[in-house]
Design a protein around this ligand. Structure first.
Ligand code: SAM
Ligand code: SF4
Length: 327
């Protein structure tokens, strides 16, 4: 599929739940979220039907996200079934890592190869405060489990926030010398919980990169190989086992390279991370739509992909929270 701006769309991110076992300050309200009735959430067989249709249209990569995808019961069998869909060549997962020690071996057996794990600090107390209660030890054990099980690549998502964790940028870079980890520094986006304060805490990519370069020499990776073709730009550091990447939705527009659609847990297809536009798939699916009708909704979403997100505009209104969109 190709959109109006000649971007090839071959990637579908699927949020399988809004629920989470953490309450990160930039993502979830402290009190948690109202529980959605079971029937509002897509069932796994519905997700599988939609992915088969999407695969027929050229989607080859799937990423499961959330909320926290590992809290949804049955996720391992969903992954196994997704990897068996003809045309799907890559299934990956974004997780906070808390359940990886327990679930890693089953995820591996199910055919999962790639993992993104979110980690914003290497200090236990700070981790507890950013995530409102999480245990750094537990995540770190999850990361070690992922490496022991040879998941590859293991990427670490680090949201950089001024005055909160920007003093740890070099500590994260040092990790790439000790472990084959690919650290991705992400600009905090003014979406949902972070709407009010993300801009105050924004550390632009150029500044993060300059700070890294105070301690390390970065060489731009021309060929990203296993790291894929997402929104990050990656840099190699001489002698390191991993690499460093930057995802800069605000200061450097990543939209020209966008290759994705997003499916929310309640069955809405989103052409863009940050737009009001959504197309309903769950309604037609449950009203008995045939494959042709559902295929048309995917094509419509591709036609409706905007050229770019409007996060830098002041008057946009984004109705969804990050835990609903999946990051
Ligand atoms: N719970 C999983 C996790 O944390 O990895 C998956 C869902 S989470 C919404 C996906 C990614 O979005 C995480 O890496 C998280 O740090 C990132 N994220 C959430 N809110 C964000 C914000 N306001 N700005 C930038 N990244 C954000
Ligand atoms: Fe949960 Fe992930 Fe949001 Fe943190 S970023 S609250 S782990 S969904």
């Amino acid at each position: 599929m190709q959109d109006a701006f000649r971007r090839k769309i071959d990637y579908l991110r699927i949020s399988i739940t809004d629920k989470c076992n953490l309450r990160c300050i930039y993502c979830m309200p402290e009190e948690g979220i109202p529980l959605k009735p079971h029937e509002e959430i897509l069932r796994f067989e519905e997700i599988l039907r939609l992915v088969k249709i999407a695969a027929g249209l050229g989607i080859s990569k799937i990423r499961l996200t959330g909320g926290e995808p590992l809290v949804r019961r049955g996720v391992v069998s969903l992954i196994r079934d997704l990897t068996r869909i003809p045309g799907i060549t890559d299934v990956s997962l974004t997780t906070n890592g808390l359940l990886l020690t327990k679930m890693g071996p089953d995820l591996k057996r199910a055919g999962l190869k790639r993992l993104n794990i979110s980690l914003d600090t290497l200090e236990p107390e700070k981790y507890r405060s950013i995530t409102r209660g999480g245990s750094l030890k537990q995540v770190w054990e999850g990361i070690e489990t992922a490496l022991d099980l040879s998941f590859c690549p293991v990427k670490i998502n680090t949201v950089v926030m001024r005055g909160i964790n920007d003093d740890e940028i070099l500590d994260f870079v040092r990790l790439t010398y000790l472990y084959p980890l690919h650290i991705r520094f992400i600009e905090c986006m003014p979406i949902g919980e972070a709407d009010g304060w993300a801009r105050q805490h924004l550390v632009p990519q150029a500044e993060i990169k300059a700070r890294v370069e105070e301690g390390f020499k970065l060489e731009l990776k021309a060929e990203t190989g296993i790291l894929g073709s997402g929104p990050a730009s990656y840099y190699h550091l001489s002698g390191a086992l991993g690499s460093v990447g930057f995802i800069s939705p605000l200061s450097v527009h990543f939209c020209p390279a966008c290759n994705r659609l997003r499916l929310t847990a309640d069955g809405k297809l989103r052409p863009c991370l940050n737009s009001q536009r959504e197309l309903d798939l769950k309604g037609p699916l449950r009203e008995g739509a045939n494959d042709e009708k559902l295929r048309e909704i995917f094509l419509e979403a591709v036609r409706k992909k905007p050229q770019g997100h409007l996060m830098n505009e002041t008057d946009w209104n984004q109705p969804r929270m990050m835990y609903q969109i999946g990051g």
